[in-house]
Design a protein around this ligand. Structure first.
Ligand code: SF4
Length: 296
């Protein structure tokens, strides 16, 4: 790849020559953490954890990002493709319930090549844990390699997507992306062990002052996908500490009970099933510490 068009930004920079695009990611794979992770939905984390690989950089870089150490910063270290293959196989052998690629979009070509090599050896599902801002061509590279899609659906309003993620096309891109994901993996499949083997979990983080957009996201999603055939994960753990330096005053506070519960009620009315969060988890401690690189 001489010019990068992996995500809808289509920056066209030459990452092999050292140029950086919007995501800030070098051409070499750069990861912040590769370890069992207990903070995903229960059907993903189970009792032994999800084998999560957190990639450095991000093609969305939301102003309120709850993982900003890795998405906005340079935390992490570069690894070769063969080295990552070995790390993934060791992680899988350690007993985790799945391999979980977190914020992987800007490395999707390399990850697709890695999965083609290691997928036949894996006895656990592969999870694609992304921001929902994916091109159809990128998702096509993952067809047959990914078992569980775990995308965000962040905004229904292009103006909000522009303000917070500099991506006014986000609602349109994410709508097409979740439909394509569902077309690839189909309805949720839960194994006898109670863990997810296949399907789509759509995440939505309720933002302070954006309750109406959250409701529009759910309305849109209910038209795109059968609510009972996917899981919806409605997150309340927005922590304003990560957005303290941004210009939008509404993002400087937590989500109220009224805001979260009204969105939750609407999800129920639309027939969604899935996960909601204990409001006590609304603390920055909920997110893992990326300060020290961890690998198996
Ligand atoms: S992956 Fe990064 S460099 Fe490539 S198009 Fe997207 S933001 Fe730009």
């Amino acid at each position: 790849m001489s010019t990068c068009v992996l995500c809808p930004r289509e920056c066209g920079v030459d990452r092999e020559a050292g140029e950086l695009g919007f995501c800030g990611a070098p051409d070499a794979l750069k990861i912040a953490r590769c370890a069992p992770h207990m903070w995903e939905e229960p059907v993903i984390s189970g009792t032994k954890g999800s084998g999560a690989v957190f990639f450095s950089g991000c093609s969305l870089r939301c102003v309120f990002c709850q993982n900003r150490d890795i998405s906005h910063g340079s935390t992490g270290r570069e690894v070769g493709e063969d080295e990552l293959c070995e790390m993934l196989l060791r992680l899988a052998e350690s007993g985790v319930h799945n391999l979980n690629f977190v914020t992987p979009t800007h490395y999707s070509d390399k990850i697709s090549a890695i999965l083609q090599k290691i997928k036949p050896q894996l006895k656990i599902p592969v999870v694609w844990n992304c921001g929902g801002y994916e091109k159809p061509e990128t998702l096509a590279m993952l067809d047959g390699l990914v078992d569980i899609y775990l995308p965000d659906f962040k905004y229904a309003d292009p103006a909000l997507a522009e303000k917070y993620s500099a991506a006014p096309d986000y609602p349109q891109v994410a709508s097409a992306a979740v439909s394509q994901m569902f077309g690839q993996v189909g309805p949720v499949v839960i194994g006898e062990d109670g863990l997810m083997k296949k399907g789509v979990i759509v995440r939505h983080l309720v933002l302070p002052g954006c309750r109406k957009d959250s409701i529009s996201v759910l309305d849109r999603l209910a038209v795109l996908l059968p609510p009972k055939d996917i899981f919806l994960s409605l997150m309340s753990q927005y922590t304003p500490e990560f957005a303290s330096d941004c210009e939008f005053a509404n993002l400087h506070r937590r989500v109220t009970n009224f805001e979260y519960e009204s969105v939750l009620r609407h999800a129920d009315e639309l027939g969604f099933v899935g996960f909601c969060q204990d409001r006590n988890s609304a603390t920055e401690k909920y997110t893992p510490d990326f300060g020290n690189f961890v690998a198996p």
